[in-house]
Design a protein around this ligand. Structure first.
Ligand code: UT7
Length: 332
């Protein structure tokens, strides 16, 4: 039997920087409010006609493969986490497969929003442990800015969400090597409408109608307060679950990589766990919340910054729409 290990991580974010000051010209908000409530100073938004979920994820994947020392033809499967695929159908996995020239390898879409990447990693981990595949591309990528209501009504979400892509190459290694120790997945669909997007919808007469457009059904809708309250509880629970499962303590964590939902959420967890700054990775200050993209982008940047060393104990944790939440504990 084998275990799985992250062999390399990569990322790509659009060139366009959107500052809080620019947002304050679109809606009734201020730099002061955004920084105080979210920790975000700026984020990246895509440029129509230039950036797509497919081409951003391809750039992230190419970086991940290069760092892993893996050729595209070595990849046997793709697990793609996104809620903002370029088409309503087919999913982005096949579009990435085509873009990378990976003829006929399977591609699976994971639509679990903010916890999507950890879910995707867990799925890929099972394929490797079962012996079915030896090298899998696991991707998290989003273009959220086109789903945001940039009027005063949508301001609480519009200041948070952003665009970007991250990817890792997951490979099969011997059991005594560093790698993924465990993953933990949870959901509670009774809160589905606290963070959701109605359209395009298959439960109406047509998937999108003028009425739906007029109502703004294609915008992301979030009850920020409810999400925040559940997030801080579930993050703590699922991190503890990962630590307990592996018989390690929080003091052994070398790097906690929380989903970048809101800096206040990361800081709450950090403070509750008593972790020093150097053992928690945050980049939301300048990249915003890229939903399924946050964790693989963070892993790629943390590695670039020398904050991930061979054998380090790393904890990934995420919470979001669904509600769905998840964690992974691994040795880098
Ligand atoms: O990614 C995974 C899932 N998402 C999350 O985890 C997000 C979790 N939630 C949050 O991050 C926060 O709830 C928000 C950042 C979305 C909102 O922050 P908050 O501290 O919970 O603010 P609030 O919704 O309680 O609103 C406080 C006030 C309200 O005004 P009144 O009613 O007190 O007069 C809002 O209308 O702030 C107002 N407000 C704003 N003001 C300026 C809401 N958004 C803005 C804004 N600029 N952008």
């Amino acid at each position: 039997m084998k275990k799985s290990r992250i062999l390399g991580a990569g990322h790509y974010v659009p060139e366009r920087v959107v500052t809080n000051e620019e947002l304050s010209r679109m809606m009734n908000t201020t730099d002061e409010w955004i920084v105080e409530r979210t920790g975000i100073h700026e984020r990246r938004w895509f440029t129509a006609g230039v950036d797509t979920v497919t081409n951003m994820s391809a750039k992230a994947s190419q970086m991940a493969m290069k760092r892993a020392g893996v050729e595209p033809q070595d990849i046997e499967f793709i697990v793609f986490a996104t809620i903002t695929s370029d088409y309503f159908l087919p999913g982005n996995g096949v579009l990435l497969q085509r873009e990378l020239g990976l003829t006929s390898v399977g591609a699976l879409e994971v639509k679990n929003a903010c916890s999507g990447f950890v879910y995707a990693l867990s799925v890929a981990d099972q394929f490797i442990k079962s012996g079915m595949y030896k090298k899998i591309l696991v991707v998290g990528a989003e273009i959220q800015s086109s789903a945001l209501d940039k009027s005063d009504e949508g301001r609480s979400s519009a200041v948070i969400f952003a665009d970007g892509a991250g990817a890792v190459v997951l490979g099969a290694v011997e059991l005594d090597q560093p790698g993924i120790l465990s993953t933990h997945l949870h959901a509670d669909g009774s809160h589905a409408e606290e963070l959701y997007c109605i359209a395009p919808s298959s439960s109406g007469k047509v998937r999108i109608s003028q009425e739906m457009v007029d109502r703004g059904d294609f915008f992301l809708k979030m009850n920020g307060n409810a999400v925040f309250k559940h997030a801080i509880v579930r993050f703590m629970e699922v991190i503890k679950e990962a630590l307990d499962h592996n018989g390690v303590t929080k003091d052994e964590i070398d790097l906690l990589v929380p989903h970048q939902a809101n800096l206040r959420i990361s800081q709450y967890i950090q403070q509750k766990m008593g972790l020093p700054d150097e053992r928690v990775f945050n980049n939301i200050m300048y990249l915003g919340n890229t939903t399924a993209g946050t964790i693989p982008i963070a892993l790629s940047q943390a590695w670039e910054q020398g904050r991930l060393k061979e054998g380090d104990l790393v904890c990934l944790a995420a919470f979001g729409s669904g509600f769905a939440w998840a964690s992974a504990l691994l040795r880098w």
